[in-house]
Design a protein around this ligand. Sequence first.
Ligand code: URA
Length: 271
Amino acid sequence: MARVLNAHVKGALAERIRYYHELGIYDFYRREVMTTAPALPPASGSPAPTAEETTSRARARHAMDENVVQAAAEPDMIDPVQALKIIRQDLGDCTRCGLHKQGRKQIVFGVGNPRAELMFIGEAPGADEDQQGEPFVGRAGQLLNNMIKAMGLEREQVYIANIIKCRPPFNRTPEREECETCSPFLMRQIAVIAPKVVVALGAVAAKTLLSINSSMSDLRGRWYDFRGTKLAVTYHPAFLLRDPRQKKEAWKDLQMVMKELNLAPPTRGAE
Ligand code: URA
């Protein structure tokens, strides 16, 4: 049966679709149920997709479709705790991309204050996160905690999530399709939490959120408008562990964020 949408939901839906267009995603449509995967015409010169690729693309579209309709109403929900629960429920024991059968132990949804003013977004769970079900709990997480502390905040005050919610095998970089399938759930989380500032940690997060293919040095050091929310880019903590000389550059990025949020670093002795 056709669903009647009120003017507000229609507006929110249009806004969401505009946003997906900005991300370079045009190819989605509404469906009530997923039946069999439709065949996609191959791009000229490229080989026809395999049955598995076709199914996975159809799933990505389906996830987007589900999410577009759901997400339109969520930001209006009064209780972000409840709204986040609904998103988690919708995610279920997700099998929308291939990662569910590539060794993931559990889905790593996101953690922190559902009303956070500041949200950090990383790339994907690693081994520790996969084990514990919480983002940034390994060595990179320890450094992120220190970065948060240096900003005068506690980890519990911010919200932390990743572009994708399942660990890729051998911690490889997430594939585009995995990001496309999973990130609509993250978009819903961001819309519900409605932070004042989003910080993208590293190139995968920055490029996925902004749909810009630039180097980290070009991406850092300025503000972006992310659907009406201010977004800054800084180095991924795992990169900073490999190249600690860049920490002073990351600190500049965080100071820009602190200024925006009127935060002062903790005074010595108060730690
Ligand atoms: N790296 C990430 O990008 N995310 C995590 O949760 C952990 C490490």
